[in-house]
Ligand binder design. Structure first.
Ligand SMILES: Nc1ncnc2c1ncn2[C@@H]1O[C@H](COP(=O)(O)OP(=O)(O)OP(=O)(O)O)[C@@H](O)[C@H]1O
Ligand SMILES: [Mg+2]
Length: 236
């Protein structure tokens, strides 16, 4: 459903992504791994259309979206939860969630709206207690729950999650893990997950892609990820 073919991305003259290719199927969870600065976030941004692809191709279903604007991709259900989470600070939790619902592409009505919000509240009960609080005052864990909740409300086909557990206390990490496992079991949408934590990837993902210096250096089924690959590309 999502395919990258020899994608090259530059920041100015710096060549950041080098012939990055991989693909994922509907409902699949793929974990993108690699050390700091190898280009994981840049890859997600290229998929989302936040950075121009100088050469290569991004294909979504039957469509070449390489040159498509970010908002068009969002309408196709490509939804990005950035590494810094980026909740809107002066809007309340409720308003932040509402933005997600408005961004959805599928037909919606009052019933689906209520059900969609209920779904999110069930996954993240904490949010119901802080609906009127401005996004800017939330703790890191609350912001992450809000950011994922908002992404869900936009009804994704593929969810791009950039290090959702970074800098978050263990109990909230467990909760976010459980939510991701829940999505995986339902297989309603695909997830491209950036995570450095090996156990997290092994527990959650169907497949992995490892990057080093802007290129894909290993990829396969998570069940077949070898200790040798981990040692070469992941352990510092
Ligand atoms: N706006 C920018 N201008 C110039 N270089 C950039 C910019 N953003 C990122 N880079 C560089 O691109 C490279 C890849 O960065 P990227 O953020 O994709 O790495 P990452 O794999 O997500 O790292 P991390 O694990 O630290 O989040 C890095 O060398 C970084 O310094
Ligand atoms: Mg990053």
């Amino acid at each position: 459903m999502l395919q990258l073919e020899k994608v090259n991305v530059y920041y100015g003259e710096s060549h950041i992504l080098r012939d990055v290719s991989f693909s994922m199927e509907s409902g699949q969870v793929v974990c993108l791994m690699g050390r700091n600065g190898v280009g994981k976030t840049t890859t997600l941004k290229a998929v989302m259309g936040l950075l121009p692809v100088r050469s290569g191709r991004v294909q979504f279903g039957e469509t070449d979206i390489t040159k498509e604007a970010t908002d068009r991709r969002a309408k196709r259900g490509v939804v990005y939860v950035p590494q810094g989470r980026e909740v809107i600070p002066h809007l309340t939790v409720r308003e932040n969630l509402q933005l997600g619902f408005w961004a959805r592409s599928s037909a919606s009505n009052a019933t689906t709206e209520k059900a969609a919000f209920e779904d999110v509240y069930q996954l993240f009960p904490k949010l119901t207690q802080i609906l009127d609080r401005p996004g800017g005052v939330l703790s890191g864990g609350e912001q992450q729950q809000l950011a994922i909740g908002r992404a869900l409300l936009s009804d994704p086909n593929v969810l791009l999650l950039d290090e959702p557990t970074e800098g978050i206390q263990p109990s909230v990490v467990d909760q976010i893990e459980d939510v991701i496992i829940g999505f995986k079991n339902q297989r309603r949408f695909a997830i491209l997950l950036v995570e450095q934590g090996l156990h997290f990837a092994a527990r959650l993902a169907d497949a992995y892609v490892i990057m080093a210096k802007g290129a894909v250096v290993a990829a396969g089924k998570t069940s077949e990820l070898s200790a040798e690959e981990v040692r070469r590309h992941l352990v510092v």
